[in-house]
Ligand binder design. Structure first.
Ligand code: PRX
Length: 648
């Protein structure tokens, strides 16, 4: 057993036993023994225009779900409700960073989505075109997405914290025809000039023919005649209904770019029928929403969590959701508690980073507010440390609310491993996502693909397809096969380390590849290294991370300057700027160390394991293959010096 697994197991509570409920066990058994009929019964909860001929066509590694069926996402999210008493139910309560509040009923949303769909058609968008959305967290973000799905345009959301260059890369990769944006957005009191960023991006993205601009603030922005139109002006004369396209179940619903182990982001393509079925099923199993719940998933729509659990999951179930434009501690670190109290939020889903950053402000702020409406809490995106879990449970949940620690990924479409209040809760253990949901055949394997015994760390794999699974990487099937299906043939490789305890509970132990999780955001070390190499002073760079008490991981850079240059604060600032320019503010480095060499093997490869160990202060282990041991000492010294400066 490895040292790390021993440490994890020692920290586990010993008293709890594993008692899955009857309902949970029977669903797991049904999904295992007859997956086709199990997933059919889930899919039947949605409305299809035409039934499928085949539940799953599995030609490894490609899964096609509900083949022959036709469906429409916006129809299932909206049309179904407006013919029922849910018509006047609030779908979204939105709060702006400046305190502005708007509510949209299902009927309101239906009307606006239909209008925007008509606007897209008037702009020449047809089924199969790609449209990109680069928006602040306003309801129009959701309207634009649903409108795209109504006409069968594949949407691609780019988080508004990505730079013009990062945006351009994604627009080009997916050959986007139209971009939806806003004049500005707000983040922590700062104005983000979104339209300006889009303008810059499209100078190198020739496929973009149209830009639709939502007037968020009436700021003066350049509008290019014949290319740019204002949302509000163009929507005035369009009709309020457009019949939804009947789309094949396998029709690409969206592309979402995510970081991997090369410099180029991966465009995960999700189909329609399978994804919606999985969003519907997991929303129910994990969050168990009821008609009178007020549900708040704090994710930005720029990430997969926003796609599945801000938009599709809750809308398919006709739930009332809260959306908030701001970050957890802006304008004040009690804003979130105020919102929960004001709107009587009952289900609250957020990230460990947010919990830790709010925990830092103490108990008085949450204690000032009545959080008694809460009945269920959730976390996602990174492992949660037991101290943050306990605080969330005691102070926010008032020891009444179970916490669902949900493990999943951009590629998986929906939650894979999590407690399930709907199917029967098992005893919770702080820091464990507990057990796989029905239909998810998870295993932990060693380098050779053999299952490891309980208590031993290994690689997390999923052994059969599930409906939420992404269909491919956009126009890159080779990379799709290589990254996910080659390491362990026949299984989907998550890229995560995990261990199972004696009760069979899964503990996620972080990424096993060159991917970082900074504030829950996924960033590739090589992507950051590539960005740095664009700076004229850099000869070489290695990017790594160290544990960060709030953000989970902090980005650390070891850089070798070109001959003749000497380290300076100006150069450090320049490098930070460089990363922000290429990738955006979310990738801003935390520490930069200038060194004269990087630790390399005799064959010239950077020893990432060594860099990582130095960056995080862990033991370095065997370095006998190292070309130059002095470089390790130098890295260590750089980090020590830095810690002294910080603590001094
Ligand atoms: O390392 C795992 C971590 O987040 C990765 C997926 O990141 P992304 O595609 O951005 O999706 C995040 C939101 C679904 C995983 O490979 N991760 C996600 N959830 C958890 C987690 N690590 C531990 N515990 C979790 N609950």
């Amino acid at each position: 057993m490895s040292r790390e697994s021993e440490d994890v197991l020692r920290s586990l509570p010993t008293e709890s036993r594993f008692y899955p409920s009857y309902r949970y066990s029977s669903q797991v058994a049904a999904a295992h023994s007859s997956p086709d009929s199990f997933w059919s019964s889930q899919a039947r909860k949605l409305e299809w225009f035409r039934n499928w001929d085949k539940v799953l066509e599995w030609e490894e590694p490609y899964a096609r779900w509900f083949v022959g069926g036709t469906i429409n996402a916006s129809f299932n999210a909206l049309d179904r409700h407006i013919h029922t008493s849910r018509r006047n139910k609030v779908a979204y309560i939105w709060e702006g960073e400046n305190g502005e509040v708007r509510s949209l009923t299902f009927q309101d949303l239906f009307r606006e989505v239909n209008k925007f769909a008509n606007l897209l058609v008037a702009q020449g968008i047809v089924r199969g075109d790609r449209i990109a959305i680069y928006m602040p967290m306003v309801p129009e973000f959701i309207i634009a997405i649903l409108a795209a799905t109504r006409i069968g345009a594949t949407f691609s959301v780019i988080f508004s914290g990505f730079s013009a260059m990062a945006l351009a890369g994604r627009l080009n990769d997916s050959k986007t025809k139209l971009v939806v944006t806003a004049d500005v957005g707000h983040r922590r009191g700062k104005v983000l000039k979104l339209k300006e960023i889009v303008d810059e991006a499209v100078t190198s993205a020739p496929s973009v023919e149209r830009i639709v601009v939502y007037r968020r603030e009436g700021k003066d922005v350049d509008m290019k005649e014949g290319r740019d139109i204002w949302w509000q002006d163009s929507i005035k004369d369009v009709k309020t209904y457009l019949a939804p396209e009947h789309l094949d179940s396998t029709h690409p619903l969206f592309i979402l770019y995510t970081s991997g182990t090369t410099g180029k982001p991966k465009g995960a393509v999700h189909g329609t029928g399978g994804y919606l079925t999985y969003a519907y099923a997991t929303q129910k199993w994990v969050f168990d929403g009821r008609e009178d719940d007020v549900y708040w998933c704090t994710a930005d729509i720029g990430w997969i969590t926003g796609h599945t659990y801000v938009i599709f999951g809750p809308l398919l179930h006709g739930l009332t959701s809260v959306i908030f434009e701001g970050t957890p501690d802006y304008p004040t670190p009690e804003k979130w508690w105020e919102i929960i109290e004001r709107h009587k939020v009952s289900i609250f889903y957020t990230t460990p980073t947010a919990i830790r950053s709010l925990m830092r402000h103490g108990n008085d702020l949450p204690n000032k507010h009545d959080l008694g409406s809460l009945r269920l809490l959730g976390t996602v995106g990174e492992p949660i440390n037991p101290a943050a879990w306990e605080w969330y449970y005691d102070i926010i949940g008032g020891t009444r609310c179970p916490i669902v620690d949900t493990f999943w990924q951009t590629e998986t479409g929906g939650i894979l491993i999590s407690p399930s209040p709907n199917l029967g809760l098992v005893p919770l253990k702080p820091g464990s996502a507990t057990l796989p949901l029905p239909g998810i055949e998870a295993d932990i394997v060693d380098e050779n693909g053999s299952s490891v015994p309980l208590g031993v760390r290994g690689f997390l794999v999923i052994k059969r397809p599930w409906p939420g699974m992404f269909a491919n990487l956009y126009e890159d099937p080779e990379r799709y096969k290589e990254v996910y299906w080659t390491k362990f043939p026949g299984s989907y490789y998550t890229g995560d380390y995990a261990v199972r305890d004696k009760d069979g509970y899964f503990w996620l132990l972080g990424r096993a590849d060159e991917v970082l999780k900074v504030s829950g955001h996924r960033l590739g070390t090589i992507e950051i290294e590539d960005a740095l190499m664009g700076h004229s002073s850099i000869a070489e760079a290695a990017v790594s991370s160290r544990p960060d008490p709030i953000k989970g991981e902090g980005i650390i850079i070891f850089a070798v300057l070109k001959r003749g240059l000497s380290p300076s604060q100006d150069l450090k600032d320049g490098l930070k700027q460089q990363v922000r320019k290429v990738l955006g503010p979310i990738a801003t480095p935390d520490e930069i160390h200038f060194v004269s060499a990087l630790p390399k093997t005799r064959s010239g490869k950077i020893m990432r394991r060594v860099v990582k160990a130095v960056a995080s202060g862990a033991s370095i282990g065997d370095v006998t293959t190292l070309e130059d041991e002095a470089s390790v000492e130098e890295l260590k010294k750089a980090v020590e010096e830095f810690s002294k400066t910080v603590s001094g």
